[in-house]
Design a protein around this ligand. Structure first.
Ligand code: ADP
Ligand code: MG
Length: 318
């Protein structure tokens, strides 16, 4: 098969997209209730594509795959995703996903969500394989979400604390934050900024010798539970620690959370801190001996984080 050509399309591609939808959705096992995709018409697609756009894949001019966007937030929704039976197995679905993600990033969307029928485990696996995480279900339909990661540079310890301060604005009771990065990467420094902005009692220090420390709120907001997961077998064990607060009413920050993150289906934020020294070209500014910048990457899991303002985490410190 020749290389597929993918392009962003509008209303004038309605007939081609309809062809793909009829062939791809028509070939799926019958669903109960049946998919609404097969009720699409040239006119309905022209309206949707005209308003929101979509992507069409062709091979030798023949339509082989397509998807339709829905820009009604949060994030960008991808709908009517299909590849015609004769063109399956050639990587067209994967290319459609990449093209949609590229387009969404360029257009400034915070992430993508899709819906998939629970009766189609292969479809669910396909999306999960591409980094989409299940975030609830409505009846027979699972919702999957990919929040685009945001990254930024932290040049000084105060930048690291500033990231914590800005994260505090986005967090609410019950939220979970997993911090990863080598010893000395800035996990505790981040948590200090977070604790200060949350208005909690006590100095935030490395929790290494206590496993978990509770900082009660002084302002009627959520408490801060600061955990060192290094010696914690799993997040379930947190419940057994008999903390003086309920995790549902606190913001929980887990240093070394990566180790316990696996299998956590809940919504969460993952922040990874990496020391850049030695990997970057030396910058001409400042005293070089104090120059030890970090790079932070924030990955969010769950619908709640679409349009939550994650990109503001790296706004200039104020
Ligand atoms: P961790 O908890 O990950 O082991 P810490 O938060 O204790 O790391 O930080 C270790 C040291 O790194 C501290 O002295 C802190 O001031 C410093 N530090 C944190 N962030 C930065 C940064 N962006 N640039 C330079 N130094 C930093
Ligand atoms: Mg620490």
């Amino acid at each position: 098969m020749r290389e597929p050509v993918l392009r962003v399309v509008a209303a004038d591609a309605a007939d081609d997209v309809l062809t793909v939808i009829r062939a791809s959705f028509g070939a799926r096992p019958p669903l109960d209730p049946p998919t609404e995709a097969l009720a699409e018409t040239s006119e309905s697609l022209a309206t949707e594509l005209g308003e929101h756009g979509g992507i069409l894949a062709t091979v030798d001019g023949e339509p082989v795959g397509s998807l339709v966007f829905d820009r009604t937030g949060p994030g960008l929704q991808v709908r009517r995703f299909g590849v015609v039976p004769g063109a399956q197995g050639a990587g067209i679905a994967r290319r459609l996903v990449s093209a949609a993600e590229e387009w969404a990033v360029d257009a400034g969307f915070s992430g993508i969500r899709v819906k998939a029928r629970m009766e189609l485990p292969e479809t669910l696996r396909f999306w999960e394989h591409h980094g989409y995480v299940r975030s609830g279900r409505v009846g027979v339909t699972a919702r999957l979400v990919k929040v685009f990661p945001v990254r930024g540079r932290l040049v000084t310890p105060d930048d690291t604390r500033g990231l914590g301060r800005r994260a505090a604005r986005l967090l609410r009771a019950g939220d979970l934050l997993l911090l990863s990065g080598d010893l000395g990467a800035g996990k505790t420094t981040f948590t200090q900024g977070l604790g200060a902005a949350l208005g909690v009692r006590g100095e935030v220090t490395s929790p290494t010798f206590v496993i978990a420390r509770v900082h009660p709120s002084l302002v009627g907001g959520p408490d801060l539970v600061h955990v060192d997961a290094y010696r914690l077998g799993g997040i379930d064990e947190l419940d057994d620690l008999d903390l003086d607060t309920s995790l549902g009413e606190a913001v929980t920050v887990v240093e070394w959370g990566e180790a316990v993150a696996e299998g956590l289906a809940d919504e969460r934020l993952e922040i990874r801190l990496v020391r850049r020294l030695g990997t970057d070209p030396v910058e001409p500014t400042g005293a070089q001996e104090d120059h030890d910048p970090r790079e932070a990457e924030v990955r969010a899991v769950g619908l709640r984080w679409l349009d939550a303002g994650l990109s503001g985490l790296f706004d200039p410190v104020n």
